[in-house]
Ligand binder design. Structure first.
Ligand code: ZN
Length: 280
């Protein structure tokens, strides 16, 4: 039987936040069994806490935003992805602002932080959930479905960009393969240049640069250095899905088939799984 885990000690990552452009520090702290993942705004009076659950998601347009009481935290998906991949069940994620650092747009900085913190096995069985029948979330060009599998989480993902001649990409990844750091974590955020122009015009993406994301423009991919993988976009989509699925509030197993996934449908799926867990 697998047991719950938390981080062995505190560890932090510091950098620029994508939307505000402010300097931000995120710090992992150990937590008791059955805490789950909880973000804590240490910069606010009373240090409000936000549980990382799909039922606390308040926005999915540019990233996954969660809020509870007086606390709000933007762009949690890359940290959640690293915590899910490394099977950290219980953790306080301290934030000194509303958004974590974007780092290079991938989850490598958070993997480094999790590994630096290390993990300890706790005295309670790990909670894992798989649905008893397929669960869907679809709409528009997006379709995500989770098929039952009590053993492991496997993700098959296809992406293609409308009106954009970047090739269709496909990738399959098994979460328990132990290769998250090599195969998935380095995949960077991609942004369509047209969307970026819109975001900049409304005062967002102040911390954005080619250090933090790759840009798709007229069918070309513009990024720092060179692409880390030929199919870097689809790997990042898998990174996001692993993070958003963790909003189910426990480890998730199953076969996820994701066609053009994004935060809205990932979170809708996690919300359905969370409701099933609560009603079980
Ligand atoms: Zn992302």
């Amino acid at each position: 039987m697998e047991m719950q885990q938390t981080v062995a000690k505190s560890a932090a990552a510091t950098g620029i936040a994508l939307h505000t452009g402010a300097r931000a520090t995120v710090r992992l702290q150990p937590a008791p069994v059955n805490t789950g993942i909880v973000f804590r705004r240490v910069d606010l009076p009373g240090k409000p806490e936000v549980r990382a659950l799909a039922s606390n998601v308040v926005d999915v347009q540019r990233g996954t935003t969660i809020a509870e009481g007086k606390g709000i935290v933007y762009t949690v998906e890359h940290i959640m992805s690293a915590l899910h991949a490394f099977k950290i069940d219980n953790c306080i994620v301290e934030m000194d602002g509303m958004e974590p650092p974007i780092a290079d747009g991938s989850s490598l900085a958070f993997v480094k932080m999790v590994k630096e913190a290390g993990c300890v096995v706790q005295d309670a069985p790990a909670v894992t959930f798989t649905p008893s029948a397929p669960v869907y979330a679809d709409g528009g060009r997006t379709s995500v479905v989770l098929l039952p599998d009590p053993e492991k989480l496997t993700i098959q993902c296809v992406t293609d960009f409308k009106n954009c001649p970047v090739n269709t990409q496909f990738y399959q990844y098994e979460l328990n393969s132990g290769t998250y750091e090599e195969e998935i974590a380095p995949g960077r955020t991609f942004v369509d240049y047209r969307d970026l122009r819109m975001l900049l015009s409304v005062g967002l993406c102040k911390g954005g640069s080619l250090d933090a994301a790759a840009i798709i423009h007229d069918g070309a991919i513009i990024c720092k250095d060179r692409l880390r993988f030929e199919n870097e976009i689809v790997r990042h989509k898998i990174l996001d899905a692993i993070g958003d699925l963790y909003l189910t509030g426990c480890r998730v197993t199953g076969k996820l088939i994701a066609v053009c996934p994004g935060h809205p449908k990932n979170v809708e799926l996690a919300g359905k799984l969370l409701a099933m867990r609560s009603n079980a």
